[in-house]
Design a protein around this ligand. Sequence first.
Ligand code: C2E
Ligand code: MG
Ligand code: MG
Length: 804
Amino acid sequence: MNQRIMIVEDERIVALDLKNSLTHLGYEVVGMVSKGNDAIIQAGSLQPDMILMDINLEDEIDGTEAARTIFERWQLPVIFLTAYAEEKTLEKAQESLPYGYLLKPFDLRELKATLQMALARRDTEQTLRQTEERLRLAIKAANLGLWEWDRERDQLQLGGHNTLSLSFEHGLCHGIDQFINRFIAPSQQQLRKAIAKKESFNLTLAYPAADGGLHWIDLYADFKASDTNPKAQMIGVFIDVTERCRREEQLRQANLVFDTAAEGIIIMDERHRIISTNPAFTRLTGYRLEDVFGLTPEMLIHQRRQGDASYPWMLLGKRQPAWHGEMVCVRKDGRQFTSWHHVSVVQGHGRTATHYVIAFSDITAIRQAEAQLNHLAYHDPLTGLGNRNKLQDRLAIELQTARINQHQLGLLFIDLDGFKLINDTLGHSAGDQLLRLLADRLRGTIRSSDVLTRQGGDEFLLLVPVVNDANELVSLAEKVLQTIRTPFCLAAESVTISASIGIAIFPKDSDTPEGLLQAADSAMYEAKAQGRNLCLLYTHEMAQRSMDKLRLEQGLALALDHGEFTLFYQPIHSLIHHDQPAVEALLRWCHPERGLISPDLFIPIAEENGLIEPIGEWVMREACRQGSAWLASGIPLSRLAVNVSVRELRAGDYTARVARILKETGFPPHLLELEITESMMQQVDQSLIKFAELKQLGVNIAIDDFGTGFSSLSLLKSLPIDRIKIDRSFVQPLPQDRHSCELCRSIISLAHTLDLTVTAEGIETPEQLEFLQSLGCEDGQGYLFSQPMAIQQLPDYWAKKQDH
Ligand code: C2E
Ligand code: MG
Ligand code: MG
C-alpha cells in the first residue's frame, strides 16, 4: 500500500508541484491545506503517514505551532519545508520534534531521501510506542510495581501498580533508607544485606500495610547495563504476594497440625487408596505409610458398631460431605481398639471427589469408662452385687413376666442385726469386710436365677422370680439366716452376726414393685421387733405396726422439746454389807397417747438417727441435778449410775460435756458412774483415750450388760475400768442352770483378779441373790429389791430400808 502524505502549503503552485513530485515518487497525497488550523483538523481526520508542512503560513498559527499540536494529539510525523534557514526559525521548528527539514527549493532526490528516512524513523518509533504500551498493560495486568534506584544519587523511584508504591508520595522515596524503613525488622536486614552485596537479588519482604495487616512483596532487582558505571543503577519489579504468603503460612500450619495431631489421619485418592498418613496413624495402628500405601483403609477396620465393616463411601458426596461413626480397628500386632472415625470428602472444581480424609481417635478408654460408669450405676462397688437401680429394673421386668405367666414371685428383705455396732466398735473397714464376706457367702447360697442386691448399709434384697409356695421362701430365708450366723473372722476376731428377714409375695401381698418392697420391709421390721435372727412372712397387720414405728420415730424428734422424757431410778444394793443408797438412772418416755415407753424400744431409734446425743445430755444433766438435790437433802447417796450410748461417747467433746454438767449441777464426780455397754470395748485404742479422759474427771466407769458382747475379760484389763455388770440373761437361770452358774463364777473370779467390782443385774429371786453372794459378787440390782421407780418414791424406799 502506498504511503499517505498530507501537504500543508499556502503557495498553491508550490503545493501542486510537490503533489506531482510525490505522486511521481509513488506516494499518495491524501490532502492539501494551506492554513495551520485546517492542517490540524485534516490531520486528525485523515491520519496520514507523513505531513509535509510549510513553516511560514499566512495564518494566525504557523507551521511549527500546527506541527506541535498534531504531534501532541496524534503523534503524526511532520517534515518542515522552508525557504529560510535562519537560526530563529530553525530553533522554533526544533521544538516540535520534526522528522525532517527540507530547504526550498529541493530536488526530487532530496525529497525522496528525506521522506524515506522520516518514514523509517516513524515506523521505529511506532513499534517502540506499541512495545511500551504493551509493557505498560502487562505491568498493569500483572499488578507489578517498578523499582528504580540510582545508587550514586541515592534516588529511588517506585511506579507501576502496587500498594507499596502508593505508600510513598508520588512514588518517590528519599533514598534507600526511607524505603527500607517501610519493612518489618527481619525483612529490613534481608534487604540491606542484598543491597550491600551489589548483586542482583530476588527477595520476599514483609511490610505493614495501610490496613494494619502484614503484606508481602517479591522484589526482583538487577543492574541497568551502562558502560560507565555498571553498578550505578538498579532496576526491578515487585509484586504483592500477600495471598501466596498467607496460603503458605496456612499450609505450614496445616502441616503442623497433620504431623502433631493426636488423631490418626489418612488421606486417600479418589478411589479410596491411601496416599498419606500422619505420625499419629502409625502410633495408633502400628502401620507405617509404606505398609498401607495404595491400600484402602478397610484393612484397618474390624467391624463397625452397627452394620458392615466398610466405610459408607456411597453416602459421601455433594449432599453429605462427611460421615462419622464408631469402628473396632485392628492394629498391626492384632490387638483391637475402639475408635471414632470422621470421614470427609475433598471436592475439586468440578465438584467431584478428588480426595478423602479419615481422622480417627482411639476411644477405648472412653468406652471402658462408660462401661464402668454403667456398671457403677447398677452395682454396689463394695460387694459387687447389684444395687438399688438394678433391683428396680429387675423387679419391674420379673413382675411383668410373673403377671403374664401367672406365677408367684418372692422378695426377701434382709437386714443385719446390730451391724451398726460392728461398724462402731470394730471400725468401718471391718464393717466393709464383713459385708463383702457376707455377699460372697450369700452368692453361694442362692440360685443363679435369684437376684441378690444391696440396698445400702446392711440391707440386702433377694428377688426370687418364680415361687410355687410360700414355704419355699421360708426355707430359703432360713438357709440365708443360717449362712449369716456362721461366725466371720474379722480383724483376727471371730464375729457372729444375725439378720432379720421379711418376706413379701406377689401377687398376695402386693402387685407393684413399691408395694412389695414396702411389705418386705414391714415384715423385716416385725422380725426385728420379735427378737431378731428371724424371718417372717408379711401379713397385713404388719403394715399397721410399721406405721406405728414410723410414728414413734417422728414423735421421738419432738419428745425432748415437749418435755416427755423422765428418769426412773432403780436402787443398787451391796450384797456383802450394809449399804448406802445407790441408784441407776433409767430413761422413760411418757408418750402422750401410748403412756410409758421402754428405752429398749426407742433408744435404738435415737441411736440410729442421732437424737441420742441431745437425749443423753438431757439424761446426764437431769440425773446429776437430781443427785445433787438428794445430797443436799441429806440422803447419803454413794453412787449414781448413768447409761451412756456408744454413739454419745464417739462425740469429740463428750468429756467436756460431762465436765460442764458436773460443774453446772455441782454433783461430785467420784459419785458418778458411767455405764457403757460392752460392745464399746472392741475399739481398745480409741476407748483407752476416751476412758482416760473421763477418768481424769474423777468419774467411774462400768461395763454394762457384760457377757453379751464380743469382748473378753482379758481385753478389759488394758482399760481403766472400775466395774462390770453381769447381764441379767446370765443371772436369771441361776442357780438351776449349771452352765450359767459356771459362767457367773468365772466372770466374777476373773473380774476380781483384775481388781474390778461386780454388779449382778436382774436379781429376781432370793436363790439368785444367795448364789451370787456365795460367789462374792459385790453389788446387785433387780426386782427382788425394787423395780425402777419415779423420784418421789425413792426417799420412802430408802427410809424403809433404813428401818430394816
Ligand atoms: P440396762 O442399763 O442394762 O438397765 C437395766 C434394765 O434391766 C432396765 O431396763 C431395768 O428396768 C431392767 N431390770 C432391772 N431389774 C430387773 C429384773 O429384776 N428383771 C428384769 N427382767 N429386768 C430388770 P430398762 O429400764 O427398760 O432399760 C433398758 C435398757 O435401756 C438399759 O439396760 C439401758 O441399756 C438402756 N437405757 C436406759 N436408760 C438409758 C439412758 O438414759 N441412756 C442410754 N443410752 N441407755 C439407756
Ligand atoms: Mg445400765
Ligand atoms: Mg444392763
